[in-house]
Design a protein around this ligand. Structure first.
Ligand code: SDX
Length: 428
């Protein structure tokens, strides 16, 4: 017999089932609330509302814990490859060697993009933000693969669409960058692994031999793993709700890319670097900018700080902060922005305003410093986030479709004008 929650409304007591997850999280199941009571709940921004039951990612915001399919991100970041983690998130278990080989081979078969899509790039202005290009290009894939328009057509067709998307996103992302600097596109080299191939397409030129630095490949592998999923965040919730209408995977992920672009979400990593540069150019006076962040009259926020769920250090930020020192040292990069970031973190974490609100560095606070050291321009930082988050979006979409979840359609409380009579314009 499941536990029950009791609520009293208009003198009547109602009992609602309590759901307990495998990590002992608890929820009151209100799926029958309106039928039973005529009431709905209200929770703007869904700060207290569970949208689904999921077996993909568990995070504990108070303890700073993040697990993918039960494996801690600390283990996966240290021991796994990004493609291995993508398989884990999407199919539920770490692959055997032959499963991983098959997965990688299938992805390598689809890294090319239809030649007609190259013309789309030429229509964009060179200053086009790559997130806008990427979101459109990913949605356009649905027009080249009409069989994807029925997402539940067959297991084989669903897997083909998933593998095509994982394979083509890096190519389209690298081409969006090349297009922005009006450099020739580099075609994928399928003898390279996922991360090496992306870096090759980003930085190689047809006129010279390009050697991909293994230090950079390893750093990118870690960064993509850390971004791979994060349960029901803004962009993943977007993917789930768009996918719940039975829209195809390409347009569903395109919507996720658009949601991620926002500066309060994935766009924060670009904002952080621009904020650190602003503080650096302003003489590095960290105390002044922390004061601005606390001033309610000032729209300035400490980008890369705070989190809806983590009320402790974001475990990903801890790993990335450690990687910063290591990667910059191995690349021989001395970036004053890293010193400013560390000073900013120290001052904020000792400040009552931040402590009272449990504001800690999040995943975006240090990631831009490494991306910058890898030679990636700040306009591409959120594209890197999308590259990492892709397997998470796919896994969450796949879970939602396989569980045959209903179309997402929240209710509301209407607070507008009540019934009014139409008045002719001459009398208004
Ligand atoms: C990501 O959900 C996920 O999992 C997201 C993500 C993922 O992997 O998918 O982890 C990735 O999006 C990380 C977050 C990146 N965004 C930023 O770094 C932007 C800066 N941070 C914030 O804007 C803010 O902290 C949010 C958006 C992240 C969270 O906002 P909430 O949960 O809605 O909290 P809030 O805005 O209500 O803030 C609570 C209080 C407020 O002060 P009071 O009204 O109580 O006086 O904290 C203050 C806020 O003003 N506050 C900040 C602050 N963040 C919150 N004050 C100064 N600087 C900040 N960064």
């Amino acid at each position: 017999m499941s536990e029950l929650a009791k609520i009293e409304l208009d003198g009547k007591v109602y009992e609602l089932p309590i759901i307990t997850g495998t990590e002992n999280e608890k929820a009151i199941d209100i799926s029958k609330l309106r039928d039973m009571t005529g009431y709905v709940t209200l929770d703007t921004g869904y700060k207290n509302t569970g949208a689904t039951k999921s077996a993909i990612t568990f995070l504990d915001g108070e303890e700073g814990i993040l697990h993918y399919r039960g494996y801690s991100i600390e283990q996966l970041a240290e021991k796994a490859s990004f493609i291995e983690v993508a398989y884990l998130l999407i199919y539920g278990n770490l692959p055997t060697q032959s499963e991983l080989d098959q997965f990688e081979d299938s992805i390598k078969k689809h890294t090319l993009v239809h030649e007609d899509m190259k013309q789309f790039f030429e229509a964009y202005p060179s200053k086009a933000h790559p997130m806008g290009v990427l979101s459109s290009m990913i949605a356009s894939l649905a027009t080249f693969y009409p069989e994807s328009l029925d997402p539940n057509r067959s297991k084989e067709s669903k897997n083909l669409t998933i593998h095509r998307l994982i394979a083509k996103l890096p190519t389209l992302a690298a081409w969006a960058y090349k297009n922005s600097i009006r450099h020739p596109f580099m075609y994928p080299k399928n003898e390279y692994d996922y991360c090496k191939n992306f870096l090759y397409m980003m930085f190689a030129m047809p006129t010279e031999d390009y050697k991909v630095d293994p230090v950079i490949v390893s750093a990118l592998n870690t960064l993509l793993i850390l971004h791979a999923d994060h349960e029901q965040n803004c962009s993943t919730s977007t993917v789930r709700i768009v996918g719940s209408s039975n829209s195809n995977l390409y347009s569903t992920v395109s919507a996720g890319i658009s949601a991620l672009w926002g500066p309060l979400h994935g766009g924060a990593n670009q904002e952080v670097i621009e904020m650190l540069e602003q503080i650096h150019n302003d003489g590095g006076n960290v105390d002044k900018w922390v004061l601005k962040a606390k001033d309610k009259e000032d729209p300035f926020r400490l980008m890369g700080f705070g989190h809806r769920v983590y009320k402790n250090f974001d475990p990903r930020a801890k790993i990335i902060k450690k990687a910063c020192d290591d990667v910059l040292e191995r690349l021989g990069v001395n970036d004053p922005l890293l010193d400013i970031a560390k000073k900013l973190e120290k001052v904020a974490l000792e400040d009552e305003y931040f402590k009272a609100r449990n504001l800690y560095p999040n995943v975006d606070f240090y990631s831009g410093i490494i991306y910058k050291a890898l030679g990636i321009p700040s306009e591409m930082f959120t594209v890197m986030f999308a590259l990492g988050r892709l397997p998470g979006w796919i896994a969450q979409w796949k879970e939602m479709t396989e569980n045959k979840e209903p179309i997402g359609r929240p209710r509301q409380i209407y607070i507008g004008e009540t019934n009014r009579e139409y008045v002719d314009i001459s009398k208004r």
